[in-house]
Design a protein around this ligand. Sequence first.
Ligand SMILES: [Zn+2]
Length: 396
Amino acid sequence: MITRLFACAALASAVFAQTKSVSDAEVRRVHRSTILIDTHNDITSRTVQGLELGKPSTRTHTDIPRMKAGGMGAQFFAVYVAGSYTEGNRSAYRALEMIDTVRHDIIARYPNDFLFALTADDILKARKQGKIAALMGIEGGHAIEDSLRLLRQFYNLGIRYMTLTHSNTNNWAGSSGDPKNVGLSDLGRQVVREMNRIGMMVDVSHVSDKTFWDVLEVSAVPPFASHSSCRALANIPRNMTDEMIVALAKKGGVAQINFGCEFLSQKSADASAARRPVMQKIMAEMDTSLPMGDRRALAAKKMEEMGMKPVRATLADIVAHIEHIRKLTGSVDAIGIGSDFDGVGCVPEGLSDVSQFPNLTRALLEKGYTAEEIRKIYGGNLLRVMRAVEGGRGRS
Ligand SMILES: [Zn+2]
C-alpha cells in the first residue's frame, strides 16, 4: 500500500513537473528576482537612423516602455557592422557611428532609464539604481580593420564583447556564412589573445565551426555565443552542434539562445530557406539608404501579399532549446538569453518583443525550473563569464 502510494506520488510529481500551474504572483516574484541580461539586440540599426527609443513603437521589438515592462536588467546593444563596409575600408568608421548611437542616442539621452555599464559590478549597480544596464558588443570582427590598436581603442570606448565575424569571413576568422569553413589565422589567434588580455569577451556566434574550435583552443578564458541556438533542433549553420555546446559548457562558456524563428524551429528554418532567394531579390531592388530593418519589414509585407508567409516559432520552442542544453550538459550553467530582437524578421508567438520576457519565466516555472535555475539562465551564467574575463585581464 505504502509502495503504491509512493509510486502514485512519484507519478503525480512527474506529471506535475510537466504541467505545474503557476500563479501570476509567483511569476512576478521570480521574474523580479532575476537580473535579465540579453546579450544581443539590434535596435541600434534604427536609433542610428534617428529612431527615438523612448517613444512607444509598434514597428519594432524594442522601446524603453516595453523594456521596463519586460523587467530587463541589462541590454548588450549590437554595434553591428555589415560586411559591405569592408569595401572602401569603412568598417571602423561604421563601428564608431554605432558606438555613438548607443552612447549618445540611448544612454546619454535617457539617463534615468539607462546606466552605461562596463563591468559585471556595473550591471548590479544599475539594478540597485532601478535602471537598465546598457552595454555594447561589436558584431563583425572586420570592424577592427585588422588592427589590434583599433581593438584596444574600441575597448576604451566601452565595447565589452566582439563577435569575431558576421556572415562574412574576414581577414583573420571564418564565418558560418562561408561554406569554406575557414578557421582562425595567426592574426586571428593574436586578436583572441589580445581580447583575453584587455578583458573583452570573445563571442563565437556567427563564426564557422572551424573558427569555433580554434577559439576554444586559443582562448584562456571562457568564450560565449551571444545569439545562437541548438543545431540539433534547428539545423542551420548559425546554430551550435551538440558537440560544440558540450565543449563550450566544459570551458565554462554560455550559449545565449537566439529567438529568431529559424534559429528555434526546423519548420521555420525550412520555410525561411525557401523564402530567402525571393526576399533577397525584393530587397536588392529597394532603396539601400533605408535601414535594414525597414527593408526587411517591407520585403516581408510584399512576400505576405505573394502568399509566402514565414512559419512562426513559439515560446515552447525556446523552452525546448533551453531543455535540450540542460539535458545535454546536465545543468543550466551554459544557458543564457540573446534574443536578437530587431535583428531578426520573425519572432516567436508568445515572446514577440522585449515586454514579453515574463511569459518565458512562466513557461520555465511550469516546466519545473527552479527560481535559482531561472536566475542563472537569465543573467547569472553571463555574469560568471564576464567576471572570468575581467579576472583574466593582463594575464595572457
Ligand atoms: Zn547576428
